[in-house]
Write a protein that binds this ligand. Structure first.
Ligand SMILES: Cc1ncc(COP(=O)(O)O)c(C=O)c1O
Length: 372
């Protein structure tokens, strides 16, 4: 069977390999069978290895999209009487704060324009001035803008002041260098359908085993389904997820992890970096401008400023590319109007070069050269 290949330049769910797609074609199996639990267990063991987590960390999975994983950490990790400071320089920072507020968790928002770089000294000031803040939440790669946030510095600062750190690594896990033994972040979250190149449907939290006692005390404090301790403990005791796992997505994630370890973390990061460099160079040569300065760029996604040409319109540009097998992505509230192109997924330099050829064709449909 041949499956048409699409080039997804949206930041996940990403383009996947045929190997990952075919991994889902398995005989039906009840997820309560030992055989299935054994596969889940290998995934649970392997996920922390992707980010060099070492023995002090473990992981837990939930059936959900990425937001569910963030919700699990926020609702499970912050004890009654706790308070979270959220670094909010993109839509996903805002979402983290909204989740906390939904559960009536006291929340302090360090608000920045989407695309501004957080100031670690300001974060320290928030913590110095409010001893009741117990947690800091930050997005590693803010997919809204393509910015890589200063997670190491935030972890060092927060830990020196005895606070825990929650990092949303949704679009960086397996795609950007992350060394959890250096970060020492208390909780990180990612999902199956971004840089790990699996299918959507699973989210995972990697956290310090030393947190288990506190998680047990918070058990079912706020959420029934998204409770980290009961999910973790249930799997530990039975080898089963308490609630139905997305069976075929689990097989796809197993395959995606095998392919990741085969490619190696360095290999994957290098491939994405090359994709990004080729993309950025090509777009620059056409005259496009970008939201972020190079020093803030993650190298996984580029927020391109929308041109001022009268006949430019994102939706018609989207349709032009979509008809040719490429999916591009709109902006999401950044401080300037942008559209976004991401290079994560099973994408290679040749894909980026063929996209650039199409971009040249698209630009030739405009009445005037690109202008700002
Ligand atoms: C950084 C970040 N956090 C959270 C999410 C939310 O994930 P989902 O849409 O799978 O719920 C995304 C999705 O793109 C993301 O990029």
């Amino acid at each position: 069977m041949k499956i048409e290949r699409k080039i997804l330049l949206n930041p996940g769910p990403a383009t996947t390999s045929d190997e990952v797609k075919f991994a889902m074609l398995v005989p039906d199996i009840c997820p309560r069978e030992e055989e299935f639990g054994a596969i889940m267990n290998t995934i649970k063991e392997d996920l922390p290895k992707v980010v060099n987590a070492g023995d002090e960390y473990t992981s837990v999975m939930f059936t959900a999209s990425g937001t569910g994983g963030v919700e699990a950490v926020i609702t499970s990790a912050i004890p009654a009487g706790g308070k979270i400071l959220v670094v909010e320089n993109g839509a996903y920072g805002t979402r983290m704060a909204e989740i906390a507020e939904t559960y009536k968790i006291p929340t302090v928002r360090y608000r920045l324009a989407y695309g501004d770089f957080p100031d670690v000294a300001t974060i320290k000031r928030y913590l110095d001035e409010d001893a009741t803040i117990t947690h800091v939440g930050i997005i590693d790669h803010e997919t809204t803008t393509g910015m890589r946030n200063p997670v190491q510095e935030v972890c060092d600062t927060a830990h020196a002041l005895g606070r825990e750190v929650i990092v949303d690594c949704m679009s960086s896990f397996a795609g950007l260098p992350i060394d959890l033994q250096r970060w020492q972040a208390d909780y990180i979250v990612s999902s199956s359908n971004k840089c790990i190149q699996g299918m959507p449907g699973l989210v995972f939290v990697i956290f310090k085993k030393s947190a288990l006692n506190a998680l047990k005390e918070n058990k079912h404090g706020r959420s029934f389904y998204f409770d980290i301790y009961s999910q973790y403990d249930g799997f530990r005791n039975t080898g089963q997820m308490p609630f139905t796992p997305p069976v075929q997505v689990v097989y796809a994630l197993r395959k995606a992890l095998d392919l990741f370890f085969e490619e190696t973390a360095e290999g994957r990061i290098r491939r994405y970096r090359r994709n990004y460099e080729v993309l950025k160079e090509g777009l620059s040569s056409f005259g496009f401008r970008f939201l972020l300065e190079d020093r803030y760029q993650s190298g996984l996604l580029i927020a391109v400023c929308e041109p001022a040409n009268e006949d430019y319109d994102f939706n018609s540009m989207h349709d032009f590319f979509y008809a040719r097998g490429y999916t591009i992505y709109p902006g999401k509230g950044a401080k300037e109007l942008t559209f976004r192109l991401s290079v994560l997924g099973d994408l290679y330099e040749a894909d980026i070069r063929s996209f650039l050829k199409e971009m040249s064709a698209y630009l030739s449909t405009l009445n005037e050269p690109l202008k700002y």
